[in-house]
Design a protein. Structure first.
Length: 255
């Protein structure tokens, strides 16, 4: 019926691509993963659309691979390869579903807690907006503190406002894990630079700067020197998804 059906993982929607032009009353359609769209935005955004986060404070390289990581309701991962001559290729991925790899006793405890409910624990269970709740509840359990259940949006507000010291500690731990994951993704993709995307990263930029994000990003054993040479930026464009979707359509249809 109308070709392949695309089903979403986080809601009950489904799309039949072959029916879209008729239903929407348009001549051409481009379907793109949300982080694929962010990848196109990174490829087209100007230097003024990025702010420094870690590594050398230099522009993103014009050639090579840029790894893109975005914590939000899940964890988006993509990469852009640029040839240095304005040519590029965007690849969206499912990198947010890689296995979570703890690096210390606290992360061991986070993993153990999540394993009580999930057969397999991916990095987005921890490094995402909702993941803050898991970190918070684990820290409370380790300290023997009774807490009232709270949703992730309220918890982020309490953490960033300074109203809850345990929530602030959970955010610090989140920043450590994000640094580790960003470094792993860059290593796996052969990244020559890294972009943190999504509103969450931008909102907590000051916290990321003051945290152990950079040290965790670089803590890759024999590749520590290489990791320290990679510029890490946050994209600040107000609508990277829309910018990228337009760029993807233009590239596919020659608009």
């Amino acid at each position: 019926m109308g070709g392949d059906i695309i089903r979403f993982t986080n809601n009950p929607w489904s799309i039949q691509p072959a029916l879209l032009p008729e239903r929407l009353g348009v001549d051409a359609v481009t379907l793109i993963n949300d982080f694929g769209a962010v990848g196109y935005a990174v490829a087209h955004a100007g230097e003024a659309d990025f702010v420094h986060l870690a590594g050398p404070d230099v522009p993103l390289p014009a050639s090579g691979t840029l790894s893109i990581i975005g914590p939000g309701t899940g964890l988006g991962v993509a990469h852009v390869w640029r040839d240095g001559k304005k040519g590029y290729h965007v690849q969206s991925t499912e990198g947010g579903h890689l296995d979570f790899a703890p690096l210390d006793a606290i992360e061991d405890a986070i993993l153990a807690r999540l394993r009580q409910r999930h057969r397999r624990v991916s990095i987005e269970r921890v490094v995402s907006g909702p993941g803050l709740v898991e970190i918070y509840e684990t820290l409370a359990a380790l300290e023997g503190r009774a807490i009232t259940p709270v949703d992730d949006k309220s918890l982020w507000q309490r953490a960033t406002s300074g109203a809850d010291s345990l929530a602030a500690a959970a955010v610090d731990r989140f920043c450590l894990s994000l640094g580790s994951v960003a470094g792993d993704i860059a290593l796996a993709q052969g990244g020559s630079g890294v972009v943190i995307a999504g509103g969450l990263g931008l909102r907590i930029r000051d916290t990321l700067l003051a945290s152990g994000f950079a040290s965790r990003f670089c803590a890759k054993g024999r590749f520590e020197k290489l990791m320290a040479s990679l510029p890490v930026k946050i994209i600040t464009h107000p609508q990277p998804g829309l910018l990228g979707a337009a760029a993807a359509f233009a590239k596919e249809h020659g608009a």
